[in-house]
Design a binder for this molecule. Structure first.
Ligand SMILES: Cc1cc2nc3c(=O)[nH]c(=O)nc-3n(C[C@H](O)[C@H](O)[C@H](O)COP(=O)(O)O)c2cc1C
Length: 259
């Protein structure tokens, strides 16, 4: 039996929740554990196969109320073969809409038995004021509580007993969500050319000379990952989204469990 923590997490909040849930599973299972970070491009080009003794904790951020489109092809290269799975969506305090349901469906289609699902909150990729500092201590405690209940479900191999929130057909992804985005720009006075932005970009969009290749997904990895705060969005769509979020989505939302 092997425990796998699998996640896509450009700004690190999904990774924190999956790690907190995974820690509790590891304490119970004491099994071999592997971490599959799907954020780097190379990891999304590999194939992954599990078997029915395996347990996979799968986490992805919510993009436009859905699973990030970039993960669709990744699912095609994952074989569940009866492995048990826990599905996790992490969203930026607006809403997770159909993303958690879609994650469960995608895992089910790939041959996993999905036993538990949870929606958690992370600081929004586009604003430090929306979901500020989350996941925080309260969220990590919630992740542990969720993990204890999810572990019981996984041991029994029982499917989720209550409907996961969301609709089918899923909310439509806007055209802008599917098109390449305008990459964040950088402030030449603050930039120290450490190339951190180059290494954290999940689509290898930033060249060594810091110019871009036109395939940005606006995930904010380079913005939040820059140690000097030199990267920032100047795209009008992103700036408008940030203003809407800061005006409407600062009230604290709570994690939700489906067991
Ligand atoms: C392109 C894009 C679309 C997003 N759409 C949503 C959304 O529909 N609802 C929401 O609450 N947060 C949304 N977010 C915010 C992220 O889901 C949230 O910040 C999450 O914590 C990021 O996960 P990560 O830190 O693992 O990258 C979006 C972020 C991006 C980059």
């Amino acid at each position: 039996m092997q425990l796998t923590l699998m996640y896509f997490s450009p700004t690190g909040t999904t990774k924190k929740i999956v790690a907190a849930v995974g820690k509790k599973f590891f304490e119970n299972m004491l099994s071999k554990t592997q971490i599959v970070d799907l954020t780097p491009l190379a990891a999304r080009l590999r194939s992954y196969a599990f078997d029915e003794e395996d347990v996979v904790i799968f986490g992805a951020p919510v993009y436009g109320g859905r699973v990030p489109p970039i993960l669709k092809s990744v699912f095609e290269n994952i074989q569940g073969n009866g492995a048990r799975a826990v599905a996790i969506s992490v969203y930026g305090n607006r809403d997770y809409d159909d993303a958690l349901l879609e994650t469960c469906d995608l895992l089910g289609e790939r041959g996993f038995r999905v036993c538990a699902a949870g929606a958690f909150i992370g600081e929004h990729s586009y604003s430090a004021l929306v979901g500020a500092g989350r996941p925080d201590a309260e969220d990590l405690l919630a992740a542990t509580t969720f993990a204890i209940a999810a572990y019981e479900k996984v041991v029994n191999g029982a499917p989720i007993g209550k409907p996961v929130r969301g609709n089918r057909p899923y909310r439509e992804l806007s055209a802008s969500m599917l098109a390449p985005k305008k990459a964040p720009v950088f402030d030449a006075e603050k930039c120290v050319h450490c190339r951190k932005c180059v290494s954290v970009c999940p689509v290898c969009n930033i060249k060594a000379d810091l110019s871009d290749c036109g395939r940005c997904i606006a995930c904010a990895a380079c913005v939040k990952g820059c140690p000097k705060g030199a990267r920032f969005f100047d795209d009008e769509g992103v700036l408008a989204a940030r203003a809407r979020l800061e005006a409407n989505c600062t009230e604290r939302r709570s994690p939700k469990f489906f067991l």
